[in-house]
Design a binder for this molecule. Structure first.
Ligand SMILES: [Zn+2]
Ligand SMILES: [Zn+2]
Length: 199
């Protein structure tokens, strides 16, 4: 249900055709209690029909599929041979990792440092014209930080923004209960510009 070549997840839309959405169209992500192997995440996403719908994504689909692990085969137009897109994409991902680049990163406000992260640590996304508000639960200290990032930073693995905005306080758990509350928080918050170099 994730297509690595278009970087889109496919979900059912109750109003018609299946919806193909990028990670940045997710509005909320929450690990569901119960199922642990694999863990399952309940998400809410903005659909092309104009509504927000619920969907389910496995941990694997969320964190590994964007790196190309499930890409399947493709036809190489130069040789007319069928190739394995997963091999190619994973090879590219391995080269990035060897160079010390991480597929996703964010700036942890309480720790005052950038950290590598996977999409399963994303908690909420607030859409904006130029920037998205991205709430991330830090895998190291568990605090909730909010960064202002580009769409590509969220949707494209290894396309980390060099500079991002960081809200200068720790978010309370209930500040992100609804998209409206999250956006109101963003509008009343101050941002510091930070560099995201992990090296
Ligand atoms: Zn829809
Ligand atoms: Zn942290």
């Amino acid at each position: 249900m994730y297509d690595a070549l278009t970087a889109r997840y496919t979900f059912a839309c109750p109003h018609g055709e299946p919806s193909h959405v990028a990670l940045s169209a997710f509005r909320r992500l929450e690990r569901l209690p119960g199922a642990a192997h694999p863990a399952v995440y309940g998400v809410r996403f903005d659909c092309a029909c104009g509504d927000e719908h619920p969907g389910l994504v496995s941990h694997d689909e969320l964190d590994w599929a964007p790196l190309g692990g499930h890409a399947g085969s493709f036809v190489d137009l130069m040789t007319s041979r069928t190739g394995d897109a997963a091999d190619e994409l994973l090879h590219t991902a391995a080269l990035h990792l060897k160079a010390g680049e991480w597929p996703w990163s964010f700036f942890c406000y309480p720790e005052g440092r950038p950290r590598p992260v996977f999409p399963s640590a994303f908690v909420a996304v607030a859409p904006g014209e130029r920037w998205l508000g991205l709430a991330v639960r830090c895998p190291a200290c568990s605090a909730l930080s909010v960064n202002l990032v580009s769409r590509g930073h969220v949707d494209v693995p290894f396309a980390n923004d060099a500079r991002i905005g960081v809200v200068d306080h720790v978010f309370a758990e209930d500040a992100l209960r609804s998209l409206e509350e999250f956006q109101a928080e963003l509008h009343s918050s101050r941002f510091d510009e930070r560099r995201l170099d992990l090296a």
